[in-house]
Design a protein around this ligand. Structure first.
Ligand code: PEP
Ligand code: MG
Length: 326
């Protein structure tokens, strides 16, 4: 079985009939993770969590240090795409190098892009480092925890400042680099058609999207049984995001845990998801499922799931699908 998965590594992630090809990418946290991504056949980095650069230290990383880390990843992956997510701190992640207030509801509080827009100097330093790295390969920028059009515009205004400063300094960067957002807040998923106009792509962060949609803390063991990726509400939100992006001529990926679940693959494929980003070790299993189905089959499975009334019913159908293609 392991041998079979290994052989899969160099095959494309396309349906059995060749009608739909998707991109299978890896999530990483540090440059050291690139090796595993490539060994498992990742076609890109769909989520580079940059928080680790900022953690466990007394002062913020400067532009040069960040640039070196990003460049290392970008060069090693070149020409494959690398989606670098701007600082997503707060929630359960606190930084000793930043004065962060105690909050009653940290997951609903001052986190990620909200914090970055309030401390634009921190964001600008990071954006300059990312832009500089973009000269060395295929880089895309992604903002976390976006909740409105206004936030995208504010972040992009800081990005423009960063670009202008680099131009004045004569430092090269990719002028055509794509900018996208994570969809991890239900209000954004519902209004995806509006936000699609301001972005090049979406990446669905199901870890947070599920917790906010179902009002279930993703860290709380006691209610873990209520944390349900196959809840009809979650599936409908995902479908809405993919459809809205396609109508606007944009693409949608997914970088939450759900993207690496073989059980979810038939539905996500059938809904038209364009990119799946996951922990590198899940890539071959998901690829196996994708290559076993025709696009028409996947579409029918997705359509059926979207009509069903409970997660149990949906998962039962999916287990039967996986059993058949085993
Ligand atoms: C997510 O919320 O799905 C996600 C990928 O971001 P993180 O897990 O880093 O919050
Ligand atoms: Mg998240």
């Amino acid at each position: 079985y392991r041998e079979e998965l290994k052989k899969l590594r160099d095959l494309p992630a396309e349906t059995r009939d060749g009608a739909k090809k998707v991109e299978l990418s890896a999530n990483i946290g540090t440059p050291k993770d690139v090796k595993g991504a490539l060994e498992n056949g990742a076609e890109g980095i769909g989520l580079y969590r940059t928080e680790f650069l900022y953690m466990d230290r007394e002062n913020l990383p400067d532009e040069e240090e960040q640039f070196q880390a990003y460049k290392q990843v970008v060069e090693a992956m070149n020409p494959r795409p690398v989606i670098i997510r701007t600082l997503d701190i707060g929630g359960d992640k606190r930084l000793p190098c930043l004065d962060m207030p105690e909050e009653l509801n940290p997951f609903l509080g001052w986190r990620a892009i909200r914090m970055c827009l309030d401390t634009p100097q921190i964001l600008k330093v990071q954006l300059k480092a990312i832009l500089r790295a973009s000269h060395y390969g295929n880089v895309k920028i992604m903002y976390p925890m976006i909740s409105s059009l206004a936030e995208i515009r504010k972040a992009n205004a800081i990005l423009e400042e960063a670009k202008n400063e680099l131009r004045q300094q004569g430092i090269p960067f990719d002028e055509n680099l794509e900018v996208g957002i994570m969809v991890e807040i239900p209000s954004v998923a519902v209004t995806a058609d509006i936000l699609a106009r301001e972005v090049d792509f979406f990446s669905i962060g199901t870890n947070d999207l599920i917790q906010y949609t179902l009002a279930v803390d993703r860290m709380n063991e006691k209610i873990a049984h209520l944390y349900e990726p196959f809840h009809p509400a979650v599936l409908r939100l995902i479908k809405n995001v993919i459809d809205a992006s396609h109508r606007a001529g944009k693409w949608t990926g997914m970088c939450g845990e759900m993207a690496g679940d073989p059980l979810a693959a038939p539905i996500l494929l059938g809904m038209g998801l364009d990119e799946f980003s996951m922990s590198a070790t899940s890539i071959s299993q998901v690829k196996k499922v994708i290559r076993s189905l025709t696009y028409e089959q996947a579409k029918q499975i997705a359509a059926k799931a979207l009509e069903m009334e409970s997660p149990e019913e949906i998962k039962k159908m999916l287990h039967e699908v996986l059993e058949e293609i085993k």
